[in-house]
Design a protein around this ligand. Structure first.
Ligand SMILES: O=P(O)(O)OC[C@H]1O[C@H](OP(=O)(O)OP(=O)(O)O)[C@H](O)[C@@H]1O
Ligand SMILES: O=c1cc[nH]c(=O)[nH]1
Ligand SMILES: [Mg+2]
Length: 210
């Protein structure tokens, strides 16, 4: 598994405002979107492309175009939806599929409650969006789901990860083509399974349920 922890002052600055408990939902949503666009730059480093030639007003120029089949972007509902616009801004031709997952707050086990994905993901590059990688249970279930459908490689874009969750994803996906791009690697999980210091419940903060 390849892990890239973003080390850029702009990303850390935006994450700092996001973490602040006094940041209201509208600002939180705007920042989450901006952060994804910055992280997507790194996450799409390995996007499959093919050589093309275009005619400029002066001459022919060799260039690159995203190749077929198009990348598939999969936000994990609910919180991952707050990252979708930022990602498709950068890759407007991507197809979008959805996975709805909720973590049982007592057992911390993920449950898939909705799915809208192409049936066949063979030969597809998938980009999973979920702001929080805590125990890793949700991301592991999402990655397993995509590989079971035929995906060939999965890149996950997260805003904040806990070391415990990252290690769990690494152990569960050994031998498969998985990349994690994350804005910050935090200290630990607390006894409730929340990332410390983290930013609280990303879904609640995005959608104003607290
Ligand atoms: O790594 P894990 O321990 O599995 O936790 C991370 C998951 O928890 C949050 O979703 P949540 O279940 O709160 O659903 P929501 O997005 O609807 O709030 C988050 O968006 C991840 O999907
Ligand atoms: O810290 C956490 C852990 C799981 N889900 C969240 O939204 N935040
Ligand atoms: Mg939540």
């Amino acid at each position: 598994m390849r892990v890239h922890v973003a080390d850029h002052p702009l990303i850390t600055h935006k994450l700092t405002v996001l973490r602040d408990a006094t940041t209201p939902s509208p600002t939180f949503r705007a920042l989450a979107e901006e952060l994804v666009t910055l992280l997507a730059y790194e996450a799409t480093r390995g996007v499959r492309v093919e050589e093309v030639v275009v005619t400029t007003p002066v001459a022919q120029a060799k260039g690159l175009a995203i190749s077929s089949p198009r990348p598939l972007v999969v936000p994990i509902l609910r919180a991952g939806l707050g990252m979708l616009e930022g990602m498709v801004k950068l890759v407007p031709t991507a197809e979008v599929g959805f996975l709805g997952m909720v973590r049982n707050e007592e057992t911390l086990q993920p449950d898939i409650y909705a799915e809208r994905l192409p049936d066949d993901l063979s030969n597809r590059q998938c980009f999973v969006l979920d702001p929080m990688l805590a125990t890793g249970g949700s991301l592991i279930a999402a990655i397993d789901y995509l590989f079971a459908r035929g995906a060939v490689d999965v890149t996950c874009v997260c805003l904040i990860a806990a070391p415990e969750g990252l290690a769990a994803v690494e152990a569960a996906t050994a031998g498969r083509e998985v990349t994690i791009v994350v804005g910050a690697l935090d200290e630990k999980l607390n006894e409730l399974g929340y990332i410390v210091p983290g930013l609280g419940d990303a879904g609640d903060r995005l959608y104003g349920t607290v």
